[in-house]
Design a binder for this molecule. Structure first.
Ligand SMILES: Cc1cn([C@H]2C[C@H](O)[C@@H](COP(=O)(O)OP(=O)(O)O[C@H]3O[C@@H](C)C(=O)[C@@H](O)[C@H]3O)O2)c(=O)[nH]c1=O
Length: 183
């Protein structure tokens, strides 16, 4: 596995080593020892989720508040997405800053999103299967969001030949200035 630096140091891009042969490929998609060393954390993943979305679907930007805050280890197992993480820790010098990266079934990249960050993605391919582990259980009461196109954050979402499709909830998320954020 290889760590690729991002512009927000706590957010880690992970590239597993892929072993290709005549049959296809093999990769280790998760190793606790390597993960702990790479991220400097020793968290335990207790839930895994899988969503499928079609091209133009934008999910996010989502997070859960403490004590249900989640770290997420995310990847794409079919298709391609543009994945975005926003620092929403008010005390952080990176508050409101975002990083975006393509996660695809072919590049096998994974993103580690620690607690304290909002997360979302836009589907670039006809469909995409998105799989992620979390360090805390889903808690509807703690579930929060920030508006995907808040000008203060200024995410440069890729242009597509289809309209973006968002849930009603995500169309009505607050701007970062009005959102419940981390201390
Ligand atoms: C996230 C989640 C949703 N649900 C339910 C609630 C709802 O009825 C249905 C769909 O929920 P949502 O619309 O919130 O799903 P979705 O928009 O896919 O939410 C996800 O978005 C990405 C960007 C993230 O970062 C995730 O943490 C998660 O918030 O699934 C669960 O039962 N458990 C879960 O862990």
């Amino acid at each position: 596995m290889r760590l690729v630096p991002t512009e927000i140091p706590e957010v880690k891009l992970i590239e597993p080593q892929v072993f290709c042969d005549a049959r296809g490929f093999f990769l280790e998609s998760f190793r606790q020892d390597w993960f702990n060393q790479a991220t400097g954390s020793s968290c335990e993943f207790i839930q895994e989720n899988h969503s499928r979305s079609s091209k133009g679907v934008l999910r996010g930007l989502h997070y859960q508040l403490p004590p249900h805050a989640q770290g997420k280890l995310v990847r794409v197992v079919s298709g391609a997405v543009f994945d975005v993480v926003v620092d929403i820790r008010r005390s952080s010098s990176n508050f409101g800053r975002w990083v975006g990266t393509e996660l695809t079934a072919d590049n096998h990249r994974q993103l580690w999103i620690p607690p304290g960050f909002a997360h979302g993605f836009l589907v670039l391919s006809e469909t995409a299967d998105f799989v992620y582990k979390t360090t805390a259980y889903y808690s509807p009461q703690a579930d929060r969001g920030v508006l995907w196109n808040d000008p203060y954050i200024g995410i440069d979402w890729p242009k597509l030949d289809v309209p973006f499709a968002l849930s009603d909830k995500d169309q009505q998320q607050p701007a970062l200035s009005r959102a419940d954020v981390f201390a």
